[in-house]
Design a protein around this ligand. Structure first.
Ligand SMILES: *[C@@H]1O[C@H](CO)[C@@H](O)[C@H](O)[C@H]1NC(C)=O
Ligand SMILES: *[C@@H]1O[C@H](CO)[C@@H](O)[C@H](O)[C@H]1NC(C)=O
Ligand SMILES: *[C@@H]1O[C@H](CO)[C@@H](O)[C@H](O)[C@H]1NC(C)=O
Ligand SMILES: *[C@@H]1O[C@H](CO)[C@@H](O)[C@H](O)[C@H]1NC(C)=O
Ligand SMILES: *[C@@H]1O[C@H](CO)[C@@H](O)[C@H](O)[C@H]1NC(C)=O
Ligand SMILES: [Zn+2]
Length: 299
């Protein structure tokens, strides 16, 4: 390729990444969730996912897990914007599907948990009976489901309506002016990469995976399980998120606050655990959808 053209392409890519990086559980967060999930796929899930992935993914689910953020501002996809989050009434630290899962026009089911149920159902209908004609685009369903399971684990994607999940709470992250939502989507992860992982995302993912097989190994079965034999259980993830938002995200982060070491060091473990849980639960959900043989209980 002509070198000035490729330089220009690089600039455009970097620019779009900068813009998109500012939008949702950042690119790094979604990549991490999906990368962790991949290592917990059962054999049939690996095959089914590979079949559904778009060519651009080159066989790697993690590479397309930010796709729903990249498209959500294009006019033909604008209807998907409310599907990235759910808001609770101000200062309510609990979540209720019927009360909270709607968009600003009060259309029921138009929120992140509704979207997770929707795309799970679509993928189930495609895998249960492959002879039935499926009207859904299951490639899109897979990318949406993988992304939204990540989003629902970001505590401020289940935040208060009045501050738009922290988006209107202006704070400083060390010396940089930003907002609280962005701190949880991106800044905590970026600071962790700089401080602990030599700016290397693969190193951070490795550390989380090591923790999953050691420190967190006893918790993994309970993270995977879904009450009442459901295929997907986003409601419990949303309840956890709003509870964490109240306990950690909003606390000591009123408008105008400067957040530094104290906030960073106490909140980073929460972010790391949510990324790991998101990965485990995405894998568990896709395994329930695609792997027909139920795994025998370990005990
Ligand atoms: C479910 O998915 C379809 C296909 O993307 C979409 O048209 C519909 O609006 C979605 N519904 C909800 C509640 O997310
Ligand atoms: C399914 O969705 C993907 C991503 O939007 C698109 O590239 C592909 O053309 C769609 N497939 C069909 C059959 O419409
Ligand atoms: C950190 O990353 C740089 C390249 O980005 C590499 O040259 C260096 O060896 C790494 N340091 C450690 C301690 O891994
Ligand atoms: C869950 O599934 C198991 C095995 O299929 C069944 O024995 C059990 O009764 C189910 N539990 C509920 C609450 O549906
Ligand atoms: C690993 O797990 C321990 C115990 O839960 C936790 O304190 C630590 O922050 C975790 N480390 C990483 C990198 O997630
Ligand atoms: Zn999102």
């Amino acid at each position: 390729m002509n070198s000035s053209l490729s330089l220009w392409l690089t600039r455009v890519l970097v620019l779009t990444q900068l813009i998109h990086g500012a939008l949702s559980w950042g690119k790094e967060g979604h990549y991490t969730v999906c990368k962790i999930a991949e290592s917990y796929f059962e054999e049939e899930t690996v095959a089914a996912v590979k079949k559904l992935l778009p060519e651009s993914a080159q066989g790697d689910l993690a590479s397309v897990c930010s796709w729903p953020d990249e498209i959500k501002h294009h006019w033909q996809w604008r209807w998907t914007s409310p599907l990235h989050y759910v808001d609770t009434p101000d200062y309510r630290c609990n979540y209720q599907y019927c009360r909270d899962c709607h968009d600003t026009h009060k259309h029921q089911d138009r929120c992140v948990t509704g979207a997770i149920f929707n795309y799970t159902m679509q993928l189930m209908s495609g895998s249960e009976n492959s002879r039935r004609i499926v009207h859904y685009n299951l490639t899109e369903a897979l990318m949406f489901l993988s992304h939204y399971i990540g989003d629902v684990h970001q505590p401020l994607h289940v935040g208060f309506l009045g501050d738009e999940g922290g988006n209107t709470i202006t704070v400083r992250w060390y010396r940089r002016k930003t907002n609280l939502h962005h701190v949880w989507d991106n800044m905590i992860i970026e600071s962790a990469l700089k401080t602990y992982y030599n700016k290397s995302l693969p190193l951070m993912i490795q550390a989380l995976q090591a923790n999953l097989t050691h420190g967190w190994s006893n918790d993994v079965p309970s993270w995977e399980s879904c009450q009442l034999n459901q295929t997907a259980c986003p409601n419990s993830y949303a309840s956890e998120s709003i509870s964490l938002a109240c306990k950690y995200a909003y606390r000591n982060a009123t408008p105008g606050t400067t957040l530094g070491d104290e906030y960073f060091l106490s909140r980073l473990p929460i972010v790391e655990k949510r990324l790991a849980q998101g990965g485990i639960r995405l894998a568990a959900t896709l395994n329930r959808i695609f792997s027909s043989q139920p795994k025998l209980a370990e005990a």
